[in-house]
Ligand binder design. Structure first.
Ligand code: GLU
Length: 467
């Protein structure tokens, strides 16, 4: 069997959006699963709208998602010669021809057809004139006047397009530049692409592309057109539904693995399994279970998956990703034992990495910022003695670990006659500045003995200095 070769051909006129990322993912997964190839191609022939920044943004987002490519990126603007070679071949073999009709003439043909109750299209005027190529001629493909062109599709099933509705369309402009559908087919052919999964907004192009394949005497690839991603209001997903670009989701604190897990479920299923890790996904992905009906983007679902992926990862793996978000908060951290200990305390309670980074800030700051309400409630004058006792007790611990800390706490409770919370809350405020934090013991352990003592003593000094 020939290896599966898939592709992702974004048009670089913006960032990588959710729908594009999903298409890329389907193609990448299928190539990975079958040990085939995944090719990246930049469709930049619309030179007015294509930008280099957009190419960079798209590549960065793909890299962040971990969608790597085996070949490319190829750029269509660097391939005009190849397209023209194929166009010449089509003309030479009689499958295409030069046409000198002006835009006005074509408009008039359309008007006339409309008046006669026919399809408003080019009427084939130059089809058999055998005109030579000139600055005023375009090249048109000779398309069949009758019959149907069948699009066989692994997702949608078969769709028949009436050939009568497809006129002899232009494949090369008079300025010698190849048209989009021709370029796509020549690229897919020359890159040996045999599997094309794309959005069903491209289904209208497919019969035309099939006619080009047939004119070139080439085998058709396998097509699969996936339904669009919708917003909660069932309209096609767009900016007004919220963030559209993959890059924004990174900034919002989503893990690439969660994003991929979420994206794949927007149009593919494996029983009722919701949670997938990357390797599992590669193993289970197939084309048979690509869905026919459109899926709705649901941020809450993505959030829930993200929390699960955060819980599943090792602190070390998370550290790699958390540094980026800590940096956004002005904290230069390393993915070291300290950061990993910090992560461990926050992992069960963070839905996003942004949330985790925000909750981690207190660990890294030398000076604790006390929350006004927390001070008034827990850093009262009488707390100074209690906190001093705690600091002394911690200082005297030879083994700074969970059990000795728990014993120390018990002793403190006995000595003072106070309940757990009455001791833990002022301590928590002294350490974090607020009343919300991870569990007290795990937090004290993550912070380390010296910093813990220093913070408690600083809080005592703070209490004593208050008027
Ligand atoms: N360049 C097209 C897009 O960005 C994709 C074309 C195709 O998949 O054939 O939508």
């Amino acid at each position: 069997m020939k290896p599966i070769i898939t592709r992702f051909p974004p048009s670089p006129s913006g960032y990588l959006h959710i729908g594009g990322a999903r298409t890329a993912l389907f193609n990448w997964l299928y190539a990975k699963k079958t040990k085939g190839k995944f090719i990246l191609r930049i469709e930049d022939t619309d030179e007015a709208r294509s930008t280099e920044e957009s190419v960079t943004a798209i590549l960065q987002s793909l890299e962040w998602l971990g969608i790597d490519w085996d070949e490319g990126p190829y750029f269509q603007t660097q391939r005009y010669d190849i397209y023209n070679e194929y166009i010449e071949r089509l003309v030479a073999s009689g499958h295409a021809y030069n046409c000198s009709c002006t835009q006005d003439e074509v408009n008039a043909m359309r008007e006339e057809a409309r008046a006669n109750g026919k399809n408003p299209q080019y009427n084939g005027h130059c089809r058999n004139l055998n005109l030579p190529k000139s600055d005023n001629t375009v090249v048109r493909l000779k398309t069949p006047a009758t019959g149907v062109t069948l699009v066989e599709d692994v997702v949608k099933g078969n769709t028949a397009f009436q050939n009568a509705e497809i006129d002899d369309f232009i494949i090369q402009r008079s300025n010698g530049v190849a048209m989009y559908n021709l370029a796509v087919v020549v690229d897919d052919l020359t890159m040996n692409i045999n599997t094309i999964i794309r959005g069903d907004d491209h289904l209208v192009n497919t019969p035309k592309q099939i006619l080009i394949y047939q004119a070139l005497g080439a085998d058709l690839p396998l097509f699969g057109h996936v339904p669009m991603v919708l917003g909660a209001d069932k309209a096609r997903l767009s900016k007004r539904h919220g963030a559209m670009s993959v890059g924004e989701y990174r900034t919002m604190g989503f893990l690439a693995d969660a994003m991929i897990n979420y994206l794949v479920r927007l149009g593919w299923s494996h029983g009722d399994q919701e949670f997938f890790e990357r390797a599992d996904l590669i193993e289970k992905f197939d084309l048979e279970h690509l869905g026919r009906s459109a899926s709705m983007f649901d941020l809450d679902k993505l959030m829930a998956l993200n929390a699960k992926h955060i819980q599943k990862k090792s602190p070390k793996e998370l550290g790699e990703h958390l540094l980026f978000h800590l940096k956004n908060l002005g904290i230069e951290a390393q993915n070291d034992a300290f950061t990993q200990a910090v992560i461990k305390t926050l992992q069960p309670r963070s839905k996003t990495l942004v949330e985790m980074a925000k909750s981690a800030v207190f660990y890294y700051r030398d000076e604790v910022e006390f929350d006004e309400k927390a001070i008034n409630k827990f850093l009262k004058p009488e707390a100074a003695a209690l906190l001093t006792k705690a600091a002394n007790a911690i200082e005297s611990l030879v083994d700074y670990s969970q059990e000795p800390l728990e014993t120390m706490f018990k002793t403190l409770m006995e000595e003072t006659g106070l309940g757990f919370g009455k001791i833990a809350q002022p301590l928590r405020v002294a350490i974090t500045g607020t009343t919300v934090s991870p569990g007290i013991f795990e937090m004290l352990l993550a912070l380390g003995k010296d910093k813990t003592i220093l913070r408690i003593r600083t809080a005592v000094a703070f209490i004593q200095a208050r008027p």
